[in-house]
Ligand binder design. Structure first.
Ligand SMILES: Nc1ncnc2c1ncn2[C@@H]1O[C@H](COP(=O)(O)OP(=O)(O)OP(=O)(O)O)[C@@H](O)[C@H]1O
Ligand SMILES: [Mg+2]
Length: 227
């Protein structure tokens, strides 16, 4: 028994990772057990941040039940620095040990969001890319906002990831802002048609439940499968 991991990476911060991870988790929840987790979140007080809460609400099981631990830090800086400011330390090796133990015990799906982009720091010595390489997720999605500038950001991310030994199985373009604000929205997917090995999945601006239906259909059609 071993869980399949879907890593949800993004071209940066505020690009739609949690929106997509939540929608995908809702879609997967109708197919079996799924847990969505963001190990470290910054910029919020309280035991959990809004991303962690949204992911937990979409999940069919509690992260704690699987032995996973999530932390939220008050200052809006990258997790290693945010942890330091409250006298704590985040550490790749202890995260990996817990995560891989949970993965081995669980036969469902794990949807994983890391803070920031692939080159954001995970701990003082490692970026998210190192985490992703160590985990070798079964599926790896790149989320990018469907807006002006995405052609550069998506291409730069894919190229940098490749240099770091990472590949993306699917590209999800999420309409973070209401339509009409940006004339590029209707042509970005076509321009990025060949960036990864499957056609970009476009999510309109709207409720996360609508995105869940789109992502569920894409999942069933094999859009996230490794090629
Ligand atoms: N398709 C969409 N329709 C409506 N709102 C969206 C859509 N995609 C993203 N958003 C909104 O855009 C904002 C940024 O998205 P989100 O929080 O998912 O980004 P993120 O990459 O997870 O950010 P962070 O790096 O802070 O974790 C949120 O308010 C989210 O609800
Ligand atoms: Mg998020």
């Amino acid at each position: 028994m071993s869980a399949a991991v879907v890593a949800v990476s993004g071209t940066g911060t505020g690009v739609g990772k949690t929106y997509v991870a939540t929608a995908l988790t809702l879609a997967l929840a109708s197919r079996g057990s799924v847990v969505a987790v963001k190990p470290y979140e910054s910029g919020h007080g309280g035991p959990f941040g809004p991303d962690q809460r949204a992911l937990a609400e979409a999940s069919t099981i509690d992260v704690a039940e699987l032995g996973l631990r999530v932390r939220c830090f008050p200052d809006a800086v990258a997790p290693p620095e945010a942890a330091r400011r409250v006298g704590e330390r985040v550490d790749l090796w202890s995260f990996l040990a817990r995560f891989q133990a949970a993965r081995a015990r669980f036969s469902g799906m794990v949807v994983l969001e890391l803070a920031g982009g692939i080159h954001s720091p995970f701990d003082d010595a490692h970026t998210n890319a190192a985490v992703l390489r160590a985990l070798a997720p079964e599926h790896h999605l790149l989320v990018a906002p469907n807006r002006l500038g995405v052609l550069h950001d998506a291409r730069a991310t894919v190229r940098a990831a490749r240099a770091d030994g990472l590949i993306f199985d699917a590209l999800v373009l999420s309409q973070t802002a209401a339509k009409g604000a940006d004339a590029s929205c209707d042509s970005n997917a076509r321009a990025l048609e060949t960036l990864v090995h499957s056609t970009p999945i476009v999510l309109e601006h709207g409720a996360v439940t609508a995105a869940a239906a789109t992502l569920g259909a894409a999942w069933s059609a094999g859009a996230f499968r490794r090629r």
